[in-house]
Design a protein around this ligand. Structure first.
Ligand code: TRP
Length: 338
């Protein structure tokens, strides 16, 4: 057997605050499907991170761990190729976070643009849960515990990668050895899908998302609501393609690019009705979602099997995290009894 050249180590994380939707599918699940054949890929269900602003609603976090795991399997993540694991069940991640926290200042955490924006959105003002403020450190622990070299993220998460690499450099310099590994972000080529209302990114909490388990009728309704161009009142009026959510969706789901270019041309010129475009979009979305929905239904009937997949993946992930943490411990002189 020939030795496998060292494969990239990929780590993705999803805060388990809700099931995944079509925006996640286009933004990241498709990329993960491809990566699972090329990399050592860890999919981390970040329930500890979800809890940083969900204490009191913690049961939803637990439910969503299972839902997101079902989403992964339903879109075709193969547990024989990708390692699906639960953050809270890998204590080494929390231990590593404790140590890394000593290498970052509170003011640096407060300057993290992602955190700043999230604090604003949640209206925390000065009443920020300490766990929330330090979640970038816990995220750095997630990444470094697996010695991930590649982290697929959306643009909003880039400050997290930067902060992780700062911690890696600071830790390695402190112990005088390269134990932790720096990582690079892998930005998804298609930006996240807009929500059907055209106002923001697709997000369940903004009520503008299409879920991966959507029934045919829900898809019809969502397509009906999908924002086009508020000035396109008569069929013959020229229409706008930019900012038109139906076209954003067709960019993602219509594989016949020539046909799509022709539709855009006709829409701009005037004479193409929104209803005709929406019929095409409905057809495309039904075709994408139907197999996912059916697989979701099958997996949802077998919770024991989901737990088995999670148990097995978490065991494998824990081995890797524990090996890294043992090195960290030794480097800091904390291996008293070894
Ligand atoms: N912060 C990510 C999110 O908002 C989730 C996450 C947790 C993550 N740990 C990670 C992402 C590690 C990448 C790497 O969904």
């Amino acid at each position: 057997m020939t030795a496998t050249p060292s494969r990239p180590v990929v780590l993705t994380g999803d805060r388990t605050t809700g099931p995944l939707h079509l925006g996640h599918y286009v933004g990241s699940l498709e990329a993960r499907l491809k990566l699972q054949d090329e990399a050592e890929q860890y999919l981390l269900l970040a329930d500890m991170q979800a809890l940083t602003d969900h204490m009191g609603r913690h049961f939803t976090v637990r439910e969503n761990v299972i839902e997101v795991a079902i989403d992964y399997l339903a879109v075709g993540i193969d547990p024989a190729k990708s390692i699906i694991c639960i953050q809270s069940q890998i204590p080494e991640l929390a231990e590593l976070s404790m140590l890394l926290m000593n290498l970052v200042t509170v003011s640096r955490l407060e300057r993290n643009p992602t955190i700043k924006e999230e604090i604003r959105l949640r209206g925390f003002e000065r009443d920020i849960p300490a766990g929330f403020l330090v979640y970038p450190v816990s995220q750095a622990a997630d990444i470094t515990a697996f010695k991930a070299t590649v982290v697929p993220v959306g643009r909003d998460q880039l400050p997290m990668i930067e902060q992780t690499n700062e911690l890696v450099r600071s830790f390695n310099a402190g112990v005088g050895r390269d134990i932790l590994v720096e990582c690079g972000a892998l930005l998804s080529p298609v930006g996240r899908l807009p929500g059907v209302d055209g106002k923001a990114k697709m997000s369940k909490s903004l009520n503008n998302a299409i879920s991966l388990g959507a029934e045919p009728d829900e898809i019809h309704k969502a397509v009906k609501r999908t924002y086009t161009d508020s000035n396109h009142l008569r069929v013959d009026d020229p229409g706008r393609v930019e900012g038109n959510v139906v076209f954003s969706f067709l960019d993602a789901f219509e594989s016949d690019k020539q046909r799509l270019a022709e539709l855009k041309r006709r829409y701009r010129a005037g004479g193409l009705a929104d209803s005709a475009l929406k019929r095409l979009l409905d057809e495309r979305l039904q075709a994408v979602i139907e197999p996912i929905r059916l697989r979701r239904q099958r997996f949802a009937k077998d919770p024991g099997e989901i737990i088995n997949v999670l148990r097995h993946g978490t065991e494998r992930a824990r081995e890797k995290a524990a090996a890294t943490f043992a090195e960290v411990r030794r480097a800091l002189g904390l291996a008293y009894f070894a």
